[in-house]
Design a protein around this ligand. Structure first.
Ligand code: EPS
Length: 387
Protein backbone atom coordinates (compact mmCIF):
# COMPACT_ATOMS: atom_id res chain seq x y z
CA UNK A 1 0.00 0.00 0.00
CA UNK A 2 1.12 3.52 -0.68
CA UNK A 3 -0.48 6.92 -0.93
CA UNK A 4 0.26 10.31 -2.37
CA UNK A 5 -1.41 13.59 -1.55
CA UNK A 6 -1.69 16.77 -3.61
CA UNK A 7 -3.23 20.11 -2.81
CA UNK A 8 -2.51 23.54 -1.37
CA UNK A 9 -3.98 25.06 1.76
CA UNK A 10 -6.09 27.62 -0.14
CA UNK A 11 -6.32 25.80 -3.47
CA UNK A 12 -9.53 24.07 -4.58
CA UNK A 13 -8.94 21.06 -2.32
CA UNK A 14 -6.89 18.01 -1.45
CA UNK A 15 -6.52 14.89 -3.52
CA UNK A 16 -5.23 11.59 -2.25
CA UNK A 17 -4.67 8.31 -4.06
CA UNK A 18 -4.27 5.18 -1.97
CA UNK A 19 -3.03 2.20 -3.85
CA UNK A 20 -2.89 -1.43 -2.73
CA UNK A 21 -5.97 -1.53 -0.51
CA UNK A 22 -7.26 -5.11 -0.83
CA UNK A 23 -10.60 -5.83 -2.49
CA UNK A 24 -13.65 -6.61 -0.42
CA UNK A 25 -13.27 -4.08 2.39
CA UNK A 26 -16.63 -2.68 3.47
CA UNK A 27 -15.94 1.02 3.74
CA UNK A 28 -17.87 3.22 6.16
CA UNK A 29 -17.55 6.63 4.56
CA UNK A 30 -19.42 8.32 7.41
CA UNK A 31 -16.78 7.00 9.80
CA UNK A 32 -14.06 8.56 7.63
CA UNK A 33 -15.93 11.87 7.71
CA UNK A 34 -16.30 11.61 11.48
CA UNK A 35 -12.52 11.42 11.78
CA UNK A 36 -12.16 14.46 9.55
CA UNK A 37 -14.60 16.35 11.73
CA UNK A 38 -12.70 15.41 14.87
CA UNK A 39 -9.45 16.66 13.32
CA UNK A 40 -11.10 20.01 12.69
CA UNK A 41 -12.43 20.45 16.18
CA UNK A 42 -10.28 20.63 19.28
CA UNK A 43 -9.79 23.59 21.54
CA UNK A 44 -7.35 26.16 20.22
CA UNK A 45 -8.18 25.92 16.53
CA UNK A 46 -8.44 29.17 14.61
CA UNK A 47 -11.04 30.80 12.38
CA UNK A 48 -10.17 28.72 9.33
CA UNK A 49 -11.78 25.67 10.87
CA UNK A 50 -15.09 27.53 11.09
CA UNK A 51 -15.00 27.93 7.33
CA UNK A 52 -14.17 24.32 6.48
CA UNK A 53 -16.41 21.28 6.93
CA UNK A 54 -14.16 18.49 5.66
CA UNK A 55 -15.72 15.51 3.93
CA UNK A 56 -14.31 12.98 1.51
CA UNK A 57 -15.79 12.59 -1.91
CA UNK A 58 -14.87 9.16 -3.23
CA UNK A 59 -13.66 9.49 -6.80
CA UNK A 60 -12.42 5.94 -7.43
CA UNK A 61 -11.82 2.49 -6.02
CA UNK A 62 -14.98 1.99 -3.93
CA UNK A 63 -18.16 0.66 -5.46
CA UNK A 64 -21.43 -0.04 -3.65
CA UNK A 65 -19.65 0.41 -0.33
CA UNK A 66 -16.75 -1.99 -0.98
CA UNK A 67 -13.19 -1.62 -2.19
CA UNK A 68 -12.52 -3.14 -5.60
CA UNK A 69 -8.74 -3.43 -5.25
CA UNK A 70 -8.28 -0.49 -7.62
CA UNK A 71 -6.56 2.71 -6.43
CA UNK A 72 -8.86 4.66 -4.13
CA UNK A 73 -9.10 8.38 -4.72
CA UNK A 74 -10.56 10.88 -2.25
CA UNK A 75 -11.25 14.55 -2.81
CA UNK A 76 -11.60 16.95 0.13
CA UNK A 77 -12.81 20.38 -0.89
CA UNK A 78 -11.30 23.56 0.61
CA UNK A 79 -14.35 25.72 1.24
CA UNK A 80 -12.05 28.69 1.91
CA UNK A 81 -10.85 28.52 -1.69
CA UNK A 82 -13.71 30.77 -2.81
CA UNK A 83 -11.91 33.63 -1.00
CA UNK A 84 -8.61 32.80 -2.69
CA UNK A 85 -9.54 32.08 -6.29
CA UNK A 86 -7.29 34.68 -7.90
CA UNK A 87 -4.48 34.18 -5.42
CA UNK A 88 -4.40 30.46 -6.16
CA UNK A 89 -5.44 30.26 -9.81
CA UNK A 90 -3.37 28.00 -12.04
CA UNK A 91 -3.44 30.47 -14.95
CA UNK A 92 -0.92 33.34 -15.12
CA UNK A 93 -1.96 36.55 -13.41
CA UNK A 94 -0.82 40.17 -13.68
CA UNK A 95 2.10 40.97 -11.40
CA UNK A 96 -0.11 42.68 -8.87
CA UNK A 97 1.25 42.06 -5.39
CA UNK A 98 -2.07 42.75 -3.71
CA UNK A 99 -3.90 40.22 -5.83
CA UNK A 100 -1.18 37.59 -5.38
CA UNK A 101 -1.02 38.16 -1.61
CA UNK A 102 2.67 37.71 -1.97
CA UNK A 103 4.66 36.73 1.14
CA UNK A 104 8.19 38.11 1.42
CA UNK A 105 8.75 37.92 5.17
CA UNK A 106 9.55 34.33 6.20
CA UNK A 107 8.07 33.18 9.51
CA UNK A 108 10.63 31.52 11.81
CA UNK A 109 9.76 27.88 12.45
CA UNK A 110 7.89 27.44 9.15
CA UNK A 111 9.24 26.03 5.90
CA UNK A 112 9.04 29.55 4.39
CA UNK A 113 12.69 30.62 4.18
CA UNK A 114 14.40 27.34 3.42
CA UNK A 115 11.63 26.35 1.00
CA UNK A 116 12.10 29.67 -0.78
CA UNK A 117 15.86 29.17 -1.01
CA UNK A 118 15.48 25.61 -2.21
CA UNK A 119 12.93 26.20 -4.98
CA UNK A 120 13.87 29.82 -5.71
CA UNK A 121 10.40 31.04 -4.78
CA UNK A 122 10.48 34.80 -4.41
CA UNK A 123 6.87 34.59 -3.28
CA UNK A 124 6.97 32.48 -0.14
CA UNK A 125 3.26 31.71 -0.58
CA UNK A 126 4.45 29.05 -3.02
CA UNK A 127 6.07 27.35 -0.02
CA UNK A 128 3.55 27.91 2.72
CA UNK A 129 0.57 26.80 0.68
CA UNK A 130 1.92 23.28 0.43
CA UNK A 131 3.84 23.06 3.70
CA UNK A 132 0.66 24.02 5.59
CA UNK A 133 -0.85 21.40 7.86
CA UNK A 134 -4.00 21.56 5.75
CA UNK A 135 -2.55 18.50 3.98
CA UNK A 136 -3.06 16.44 7.12
CA UNK A 137 -6.80 16.27 6.37
CA UNK A 138 -5.93 13.92 3.50
CA UNK A 139 -3.76 11.81 5.78
CA UNK A 140 -6.54 11.48 8.33
CA UNK A 141 -8.81 10.18 5.56
CA UNK A 142 -6.17 7.56 4.63
CA UNK A 143 -5.75 6.67 8.31
CA UNK A 144 -9.49 6.27 8.80
CA UNK A 145 -9.61 3.87 5.85
CA UNK A 146 -6.57 2.01 7.22
CA UNK A 147 -8.26 1.65 10.60
CA UNK A 148 -11.21 -0.03 8.91
CA UNK A 149 -8.88 -2.55 7.30
CA UNK A 150 -7.08 -3.18 10.60
CA UNK A 151 -10.41 -3.71 12.37
CA UNK A 152 -11.12 -6.70 10.10
CA UNK A 153 -8.23 -8.52 11.81
CA UNK A 154 -9.00 -7.27 15.31
CA UNK A 155 -6.55 -4.36 15.54
CA UNK A 156 -7.81 -1.06 16.96
CA UNK A 157 -6.01 2.27 16.91
CA UNK A 158 -6.76 5.33 19.03
CA UNK A 159 -5.01 8.42 20.31
CA UNK A 160 -5.09 11.04 23.01
CA UNK A 161 -3.27 14.12 24.29
CA UNK A 162 -0.93 13.79 27.27
CA UNK A 163 0.53 17.27 27.54
CA UNK A 164 -0.31 20.76 26.32
CA UNK A 165 1.96 23.67 27.17
CA UNK A 166 3.54 21.79 30.07
CA UNK A 167 0.23 20.69 31.68
CA UNK A 168 0.26 16.92 31.94
CA UNK A 169 -2.78 14.61 32.05
CA UNK A 170 -2.67 11.88 34.66
CA UNK A 171 -4.51 8.57 34.42
CA UNK A 172 -6.02 6.94 37.46
CA UNK A 173 -5.40 3.22 37.75
CA UNK A 174 -9.10 2.58 38.46
CA UNK A 175 -10.29 3.81 35.07
CA UNK A 176 -10.92 1.24 32.36
CA UNK A 177 -9.52 1.79 28.88
CA UNK A 178 -13.09 2.25 27.61
CA UNK A 179 -13.94 4.94 30.14
CA UNK A 180 -10.65 6.72 29.45
CA UNK A 181 -11.33 6.68 25.72
CA UNK A 182 -14.92 7.89 26.20
CA UNK A 183 -13.49 10.78 28.22
CA UNK A 184 -10.96 11.51 25.46
CA UNK A 185 -13.63 11.61 22.75
CA UNK A 186 -15.75 13.98 24.87
CA UNK A 187 -12.82 16.24 25.74
CA UNK A 188 -12.20 19.42 23.71
CA UNK A 189 -8.47 18.77 24.14
CA UNK A 190 -8.66 14.97 23.65
CA UNK A 191 -7.42 14.12 27.10
CA UNK A 192 -8.76 11.73 29.74
CA UNK A 193 -8.01 13.92 32.79
CA UNK A 194 -10.78 16.50 33.20
CA UNK A 195 -8.77 18.67 35.63
CA UNK A 196 -5.78 18.79 33.33
CA UNK A 197 -8.13 19.54 30.39
CA UNK A 198 -9.45 22.63 32.21
CA UNK A 199 -5.94 23.84 32.88
CA UNK A 200 -4.89 23.14 29.29
CA UNK A 201 -7.81 25.17 27.95
CA UNK A 202 -7.03 28.08 30.28
CA UNK A 203 -3.46 28.01 29.10
CA UNK A 204 -4.56 27.98 25.46
CA UNK A 205 -6.77 31.04 26.14
CA UNK A 206 -3.83 32.81 27.74
CA UNK A 207 -1.49 31.92 24.89
CA UNK A 208 -4.04 33.11 22.34
CA UNK A 209 -4.56 36.40 24.18
CA UNK A 210 -0.79 36.90 24.24
CA UNK A 211 -0.48 36.12 20.51
CA UNK A 212 1.41 32.98 21.37
CA UNK A 213 1.00 29.25 20.67
CA UNK A 214 1.41 25.93 22.50
CA UNK A 215 2.73 22.48 21.68
CA UNK A 216 2.37 19.19 23.48
CA UNK A 217 2.66 15.45 23.58
CA UNK A 218 0.28 12.95 21.96
CA UNK A 219 0.04 9.19 22.27
CA UNK A 220 -1.26 6.60 19.83
CA UNK A 221 -2.12 3.12 21.07
CA UNK A 222 -2.77 0.04 18.98
CA UNK A 223 -4.49 -2.96 20.55
CA UNK A 224 -5.09 -6.49 19.28
CA UNK A 225 -1.68 -6.37 17.61
CA UNK A 226 -0.56 -9.35 15.53
CA UNK A 227 2.89 -10.39 16.81
CA UNK A 228 5.81 -10.50 14.39
CA UNK A 229 4.91 -7.59 12.07
CA UNK A 230 8.11 -5.97 10.80
CA UNK A 231 11.51 -7.64 10.84
CA UNK A 232 14.90 -7.43 12.52
CA UNK A 233 16.80 -8.67 9.45
CA UNK A 234 17.25 -5.34 7.65
CA UNK A 235 17.18 -1.74 8.88
CA UNK A 236 14.43 -0.69 6.52
CA UNK A 237 12.12 -3.54 7.50
CA UNK A 238 11.93 -2.56 11.18
CA UNK A 239 8.32 -1.54 11.72
CA UNK A 240 8.97 0.80 14.65
CA UNK A 241 11.42 2.67 12.40
CA UNK A 242 8.83 2.93 9.62
CA UNK A 243 6.25 4.23 12.08
CA UNK A 244 8.77 6.71 13.49
CA UNK A 245 9.45 8.04 10.00
CA UNK A 246 5.74 8.42 9.32
CA UNK A 247 5.13 10.19 12.63
CA UNK A 248 8.07 12.54 12.13
CA UNK A 249 6.61 13.49 8.76
CA UNK A 250 3.54 15.00 10.43
CA UNK A 251 3.76 18.79 10.51
CA UNK A 252 5.36 20.21 13.68
CA UNK A 253 6.32 16.82 15.15
CA UNK A 254 9.84 17.02 16.58
CA UNK A 255 10.25 13.71 18.38
CA UNK A 256 8.85 10.22 18.59
CA UNK A 257 9.25 7.41 21.10
CA UNK A 258 7.83 3.99 21.95
CA UNK A 259 6.81 2.78 25.39
CA UNK A 260 8.75 4.47 28.17
CA UNK A 261 10.76 6.25 25.45
CA UNK A 262 13.14 8.93 26.72
CA UNK A 263 12.26 7.97 30.28
CA UNK A 264 14.42 4.85 29.78
CA UNK A 265 17.50 7.03 30.04
CA UNK A 266 16.80 7.37 33.77
CA UNK A 267 16.25 3.73 34.70
CA UNK A 268 18.37 0.54 34.73
CA UNK A 269 17.76 -2.31 32.27
CA UNK A 270 16.09 -4.46 34.89
CA UNK A 271 13.27 -1.91 35.06
CA UNK A 272 12.58 -1.38 31.38
CA UNK A 273 12.48 -4.88 29.88
CA UNK A 274 9.24 -6.80 29.66
CA UNK A 275 9.42 -10.27 31.28
CA UNK A 276 8.04 -13.13 29.16
CA UNK A 277 5.30 -15.49 30.32
CA UNK A 278 3.28 -18.25 28.65
CA UNK A 279 -0.42 -19.07 29.10
CA UNK A 280 -3.67 -19.85 27.26
CA UNK A 281 -3.16 -16.96 24.87
CA UNK A 282 0.40 -18.06 24.08
CA UNK A 283 3.40 -15.95 24.94
CA UNK A 284 2.76 -12.66 26.67
CA UNK A 285 4.72 -9.94 28.49
CA UNK A 286 4.26 -8.98 32.11
CA UNK A 287 4.77 -5.29 31.33
CA UNK A 288 5.00 -3.08 28.26
CA UNK A 289 7.88 -0.67 28.83
CA UNK A 290 9.11 -1.23 25.29
CA UNK A 291 5.79 -0.11 23.79
CA UNK A 292 5.06 -3.25 21.79
CA UNK A 293 8.31 -3.62 19.85
CA UNK A 294 11.40 -5.79 20.15
CA UNK A 295 13.92 -5.98 17.32
CA UNK A 296 11.76 -3.83 15.08
CA UNK A 297 8.91 -6.38 15.32
CA UNK A 298 5.59 -6.22 17.11
CA UNK A 299 5.54 -8.34 20.26
CA UNK A 300 1.74 -8.56 20.34
CA UNK A 301 1.57 -6.17 23.29
CA UNK A 302 -0.15 -2.85 22.60
CA UNK A 303 1.89 -0.44 20.51
CA UNK A 304 2.40 2.76 22.51
CA UNK A 305 3.80 5.54 20.34
CA UNK A 306 4.37 9.01 21.77
CA UNK A 307 5.17 12.14 19.79
CA UNK A 308 5.99 15.71 20.68
CA UNK A 309 4.58 18.63 18.70
CA UNK A 310 6.29 21.98 18.72
CA UNK A 311 4.13 25.06 19.34
CA UNK A 312 2.70 26.30 16.05
CA UNK A 313 5.19 28.75 14.57
CA UNK A 314 2.65 31.25 13.22
CA UNK A 315 2.50 33.80 16.01
CA UNK A 316 0.25 36.82 16.22
CA UNK A 317 3.15 38.15 18.28
CA UNK A 318 5.59 37.85 15.40
CA UNK A 319 9.28 37.08 15.76
CA UNK A 320 12.17 38.89 14.10
CA UNK A 321 12.84 37.95 10.53
CA UNK A 322 14.30 39.43 7.36
CA UNK A 323 12.47 40.73 4.29
CA UNK A 324 13.75 38.60 1.41
CA UNK A 325 13.65 41.55 -1.01
CA UNK A 326 15.08 44.43 1.01
CA UNK A 327 17.08 42.24 3.46
CA UNK A 328 15.84 44.56 6.19
CA UNK A 329 14.93 43.22 9.58
CA UNK A 330 11.18 42.96 10.05
CA UNK A 331 8.67 41.24 12.21
CA UNK A 332 7.53 38.11 10.38
CA UNK A 333 4.32 38.34 8.42
CA UNK A 334 1.24 37.50 10.47
CA UNK A 335 -0.95 34.82 8.98
CA UNK A 336 -4.22 33.59 10.47
CA UNK A 337 -3.44 30.54 12.60
CA UNK A 338 -4.35 28.21 15.43
CA UNK A 339 -3.13 28.87 18.99
CA UNK A 340 -2.90 25.13 19.58
CA UNK A 341 -3.43 22.16 17.28
CA UNK A 342 -2.22 19.38 19.58
CA UNK A 343 -5.65 17.64 19.69
CA UNK A 344 -5.70 17.63 15.87
CA UNK A 345 -2.11 16.37 15.77
CA UNK A 346 -3.09 13.43 17.96
CA UNK A 347 -5.53 12.33 15.24
CA UNK A 348 -3.03 12.87 12.45
CA UNK A 349 -0.37 10.82 14.24
CA UNK A 350 -2.98 8.13 14.89
CA UNK A 351 -3.79 8.14 11.16
CA UNK A 352 -0.21 7.70 9.98
CA UNK A 353 0.42 4.94 12.53
CA UNK A 354 -2.72 3.18 11.27
CA UNK A 355 -1.56 3.46 7.67
CA UNK A 356 1.90 2.02 8.44
CA UNK A 357 0.30 -0.94 10.22
CA UNK A 358 -2.21 -1.55 7.44
CA UNK A 359 0.62 -1.48 4.95
CA UNK A 360 2.62 -3.97 6.99
CA UNK A 361 -0.44 -6.18 7.39
CA UNK A 362 -0.83 -6.44 3.61
CA UNK A 363 2.92 -6.84 3.12
CA UNK A 364 2.84 -9.84 5.45
CA UNK A 365 -0.53 -11.42 4.65
CA UNK A 366 -1.27 -10.41 1.05
CA UNK A 367 -2.94 -7.61 -0.87
CA UNK A 368 -5.66 -9.31 -2.87
CA UNK A 369 -8.73 -9.71 -0.72
CA UNK A 370 -9.70 -8.89 2.83
CA UNK A 371 -11.18 -12.39 3.24
CA UNK A 372 -7.85 -14.06 2.43
CA UNK A 373 -5.99 -11.74 4.79
CA UNK A 374 -8.45 -12.56 7.55
CA UNK A 375 -8.04 -16.31 6.96
CA UNK A 376 -4.25 -16.09 6.99
CA UNK A 377 -4.17 -13.89 10.08
CA UNK A 378 -6.48 -16.28 11.97
CA UNK A 379 -4.29 -19.25 11.05
CA UNK A 380 -1.13 -17.37 12.00
CA UNK A 381 -2.55 -16.18 15.31
CA UNK A 382 -3.42 -19.78 16.16
CA UNK A 383 0.02 -20.99 15.08
CA UNK A 384 1.86 -18.51 17.30
CA UNK A 385 -0.56 -19.08 20.19
CA UNK A 386 0.42 -22.74 20.37
CA UNK A 387 4.03 -22.34 19.23
C1 EPS B 1 -2.04 26.52 8.79
C2 EPS B 1 -2.69 27.75 8.97
C3 EPS B 1 -4.15 27.82 9.15
C4 EPS B 1 -4.66 26.52 9.71
C5 EPS B 1 -4.18 25.44 8.76
C6 EPS B 1 -2.73 25.25 8.90
O1 EPS B 1 -4.81 27.98 7.91
P1 EPS B 1 -5.06 29.39 7.27
O2 EPS B 1 -3.74 29.83 6.76
O3 EPS B 1 -6.05 29.19 6.16
O4 EPS B 1 -5.61 30.24 8.35
O5 EPS B 1 -6.06 26.54 9.81
O6 EPS B 1 -4.81 24.24 9.05
C7 EPS B 1 -5.75 23.83 8.20
C8 EPS B 1 -6.23 24.53 7.20
C9 EPS B 1 -6.24 22.50 8.51
O7 EPS B 1 -7.11 21.98 7.81
O8 EPS B 1 -5.72 21.92 9.49
C10 EPS B 1 -0.61 26.47 8.48
O9 EPS B 1 -0.03 27.52 8.20
O10 EPS B 1 0.00 25.39 8.55
Amino acid sequence: MRYLTAGESHGPGLTVIVEGVPAGLDVDIDAINQELKKRQSGYGRGRRMQIESDRVEVKAGIRHGRTTGAPISFWIENKDHTHWRNVMQAEPIADDLEVKRRVVRPRPGHADLVGGLKYDHRDLRDVLERSSARETAARVAVGALSKQLLATVGMTVFSYVNVIGGVEAEATEADSKQSLMAAVEASPVRTFDADAAERMMRLIDEAKAAGDSLGGVVTTEVHGVIPGLGSYVQYDRKLDAKIAQAVMSVNAIKGVAFGDGFGMAYRPGSEVMDPIAYGDTGYTRLSNHLGGFEGGMTTGMPIICTAVMKPIPTLYKPLPSVDIETKEAFLAQIERSDACAVPAASLVVEAVVAFELARELCETFGHDTVGRIQGRVAAYREEVRTW
